[in-house]
Design a protein around this ligand. Structure first.
Ligand code: 5AD
Ligand code: SF4
Length: 451
């Protein structure tokens, strides 16, 4: 969501004449778009702000803006801790940022706007000339679920869905500008439109599936309690919908799930996985897991490990529970020691490593369809000015596995036509977080495209 919001900000500021720089020392304006989902994210934001203080000392005209969830939650505290900040803007006022910048420039005083009362910005104005091959489009904002560990409902507000026609229009505009793959974004996409009586999420997916020129659709994040049969069937019926679902479970223990206010049981989750796999046996399933939730007994953590053995996830984002002041769990008893949380986290990650390795290895010798996203980062970091004989490119399979492949051409421009194309790649090697392969060529040595 923050990445998407940053895109919106960038797009708005380009009208004011601002351009993006990759060297922070050259910047006239630095915007820090913060996240407070976990303690670490918050610490990172404050430590970055500390670095900005040095920069501002050296360059007094530099403007610093802080936005996002931390700004929403801690506006007063921010002013105390980092008084040099010029602008503080909340999650609901993105559209007013250009005016806030002008106000701070004019008055020389900190401009603050963390008003949550208005309707959050929904329609996006798109000014950027180039759109990435794969990008996010938000379909809803906020969350009404109130999981007890989570700060999102308090810093992002109530759940509101965008109109389906707005979403479809935005995708169409982006496709015209070069986007090939869209990830529909929301805290809980499965409840899209319910409150407002709009189209359902599976209907929205069907509309996106009809958009000419769009090649792939993904979505994130789904709440297991709202994963409907219609959505499960969409994986079977919509050819553009990728073969992957991210379905955060958070814990394998019913007692902990209840304390988390997740509103589903381990059994209900397993049943939904069963339905997904009966429709799409090879669907990639990834999840989020929290270890060390207040009161989590060793036996309850063992239930989580056991669930992982039953499901064999393709990938896992695992976190040690951290207190979020606004979230109810922060006042629960039976907090676990940091050492215990860390130990459990390592155990969990260690177990997952084996499944990820196994799942990745299963791709060896298979031909997969890769949407080419661009040269891989490795090219740039190694020798930035050298045009390498073996140029590494990167893309993803429908299962969201990163595939790096090499093209032995010296001319960069002759590879450019591959950007945004679906090509066939034979997988040769499975690494811990990616696959390596070679594009399949025809008898003339030309790369073959997927239909
Ligand atoms: N502590 C640890 N992890 C958390 N998450 C959300 N809140 C917390 C918290 N207080 C994790 C959940 C969620 C992911 C985005 O972050 O797993 O799915
Ligand atoms: Fe947070 Fe739960 Fe909402 Fe996800 S569903 S954003 S974890 S409250």
């Amino acid at each position: 969501m923050n990445v998407y919001d940053s895109g919106t900000i960038l797009s708005d500021l380009s009208i004011l004449g601002y351009k993006l720089t990759d060297n922070v020392k050259k910047a006239d304006l630095v915007i820090i778009n913060t996240c407070t989902i976990r303690e670490k994210a918050e610490q990172k934001a404050f430590s970055f702000l500390g670095r900005m203080a040095d920069l501002k000392n050296k360059k007094p005209g530099l403007m610093i803006a802080i936005g996002g969830c931390l700004a929403q939650q801690e506006a007063k505290n921010i002013l105390k801790r980092v008084p040099f900040v010029d602008i503080v803007f909340g999650t609901n006022v993105l559209g007013r940022l250009p005016a806030l910048i002008r106000q701070a420039e004019k008055t020389g005083e900190t401009a603050i706007d963390v008003d949550m009362s208005g309707k959050s910005r929904s329609a996006l104005t798109i000014h950027a000339k180039k759109t990435p091959i794969t990008d996010y489009v938000t379909i809803m904002r906020g969350c009404d679920n109130y999981c007890t560990y989570c700060v999102v409902p308090y810093v992002r507000g109530r759940e509101t869905s965008r109109l389906p026609e707005d979403v479809v229009n935005e995708i169409k505009i982006r496709v015209k500008k070069g986007m090939k793959e869209v990830t529909l974004l929301g805290q809980n996409v499965n409840s899209y439109g319910k409150k407002e009586g709009l189209s359902s999420f599976s209907e929205l997916l069907a509309m996106a599936n009809d958009i000419e020129g769009l090649q792939r659709i993904r979505f994130t994040t789904s709440h297991p309690k709202d994963l409907s049969l219609n959505l499960i069937h969409a994986f079977r019926d919509l050819e553009k919908l990728c073969n992957h679902i991210h379905l955060p479970i958070q814990s394998g223990s019913n007692k902990i799930l209840k304390k988390m206010n997740r509103k589903y049981t381990r059994e209900a989750y397993l049943e939904k996985i069963g339905s997904l796999r009966s429709v799409k046996p090879d669907i990639a399933i990834t999840t989020d897991m929290i270890v060390g939730f207040p009161g989590e007994a060793e036996s309850e953590f063992a239930e989580t490990l056991d669930l992982m053995k039953t499901i064999e996830f393709d990938g896992l984002f695992a976190f040690a529970y951290s207190d979020r002041q606004l979230a109810p769990a922060s006042s629960f008893n039976d907090k676990l020691e940091e050492g215990v949380k860390k130990e459990r986290l390592l155990k969990l990650l260690d177990l997952q490593k084996e499944y990820t390795r196994r799942k990745n290895k299963a791709f060896i010798n298979k031909i997969v369809t890769v949407l080419v996203e661009g040269p891989s980062k490795k090219n740039n970091s190694d020798k930035p000015n050298a045009i390498s004989q073996d140029l590494q490119w990167t893309g993803r399979t429908p299962e969201n596995k990163i595939v790096n492949f090499t093209l032995d051409r010296t001319d960069l421009s002759c590879n450019d036509h591959l950007l945004g194309k679906l090509i066939n790649v034979r997988i040769e090697k499975a690494l811990s977080n990616s696959l390596k392969g070679t594009p399949v060529t025809d008898i003339k040595g030309e790369i073959t495209y997927a239909a």
